[in-house]
Write a protein that binds this ligand. Structure first.
Ligand code: DX5
Ligand code: ZN
Length: 230
């Protein structure tokens, strides 16, 4: 099993199953791994934090059953991530990344991010924190020592197939500087062999790619092109 706490020697590519064939997800995901994908990105959406709706713990369990060795990097676009720590850990999730936007500063929604991160770790998963394109990195800076991964959204979350927002690359530079080598910096949205070059040059070490991989005529060539060091 991949260990995301280790600094990778080249950028890792995480095919996003959001762009896979939902009727044959495990087989399609396996194909993306066989084509060279390093881990799988799994987008959970609740229809509240984002308008779209995807899947939950049972689907993760199904993926885990069919793909026992795959690292499952779960990205929660949900308003109550705290409800899913145990169910997702039990289902076989490896990474658990939640949005800072659901943790408002006055804690009126009852989410204290440091405790949530602790719970994620205690449950045996790798904790990650993420920011929407409009959210400044300052919101997550106090948490960087606590998480293993920071995810920079390079599109507004909710849907695959959107255009990359180049202005988000600056956030990667900042997080890499603040987090140093021990922090995995992941980017998600609109990444392909072309846009991933600027992401990697800025310090991204985990590249999420949905439509670029699953929609590619040659998945292996696409993944290989993205795995090139800056
Ligand atoms: C968007 C999701 C992404 C999505 C990326 O809300 O978080 O993970 O799968 O898709 P592409 O690579 O097609 O932009
Ligand atoms: Zn995602």
């Amino acid at each position: 099993m991949l260990d995301l706490t280790q600094t990778p020697t080249r950028p890792l590519v995480a095919p996003s199953v959001l762009a896979s064939d939902f009727g044959a997800m495990a087989a399609d995901a396996q194909d993306a791994l066989d084509a060279g994908g390093d881990l799988l990105h799994v987008d959970v959406m609740d229809g509240h934090f984002v308008p779209n709706l995807t899947f939950g713990a049972d689907m993760i369990k199904g993926l885990r059953r069919h793909l026992p060795d795959a690292y499952l990097d779960v990205h929660l676009m949900v308003v109550r991530p705290q409800d899913y720590v145990k169910p997702f850990a039990d289902s076989g999730a490896n990474g658990f990344t939640f949005h800072i936007e659901v943790c408002d500063p006055y804690l009126t929604r009852g989410i204290e991010p440091k405790y949530l991160i602790e719970d994620i770790r205690k449950a045996g998963m790798t904790p990650g924190i993420t920011v929407n394109p409009a959210t400044p990195t300052a919101w997550i800076e106090p948490l960087l020592d606590h998480v293993d991964l920071a995810l920079v959204m390079s599109v507004q979350p909710g849907y695959g197939g959107q255009s990359f927002r180049p202005e988000t690359v600056e956030k990667v530079r900042l997080l890499r500087e603040l987090g140093g080598d021990r922090l995995r910096v992941e980017m998600d949205g609109g990444l392909d062999p072309d846009t991933s070059r600027q992401a990697v040059a800025a310090g991204v070490d985990v590249l999420v790619a949905g439509s670029a991989v699953f929609g590619a005529e040659d998945r292996a060539a696409t993944i290989k092109a993205m795995q090139q060091p800056a």
